[in-house]
Design a protein around this ligand. Structure first.
Ligand SMILES: [Zn+2]
Length: 116
């Protein structure tokens, strides 16, 4: 079981997707960062565990080597073409979804591509 002292035993999470979290009876919970489930002690918060993957999320620069001002053409599911760009570590896309939510699948797709 993972406690605050043994957080380091949880492998660094490098996927774009949030790891699965499972509530267990008896006040414990479990996280699945890939590979194995890790049982977490009840006094460890999700925030504590997130330190194992937060800094790896590409949205905050992470380890991605992207040239500032770079743009990509992305073909959307409806056949439309969108332009994804990154500038000063801020991502943007020309699709309508990005306009509403400030995130979209096109950006996710590019981040996934370049994180490989
Ligand atoms: Zn988009």
């Amino acid at each position: 079981m993972i406690t605050r002292e043994t957080l380091g035993e949880i492998p660094l999470h490098t996927s774009l997707l949030h790891p699965s979290i499972l509530d267990l009876p008896t006040g414990r919970w479990a996280v699945y960062p890939g590979g194995n489930w890790y049982i977490i002690s009840g006094d460890v918060t999700v925030g504590d565990v997130e330190s194992r993957w937060n800094r790896w999320q590409p949205s905050e620069s992470a380890g991605l080597k992207v040239k500032d001002g770079k743009t990509w053409q992305v073909l959307g599911s409806t056949g439309s073409s969108y332009q994804v760009s990154v500038s000063s570590n801020r991502w943007s896309c020309t699709c309508a979804g990005f306009g509403f939510r400030r995130k979209c699948t096109h950006i996710d797709r590019i981040k996934l591509e370049i994180s490989k």
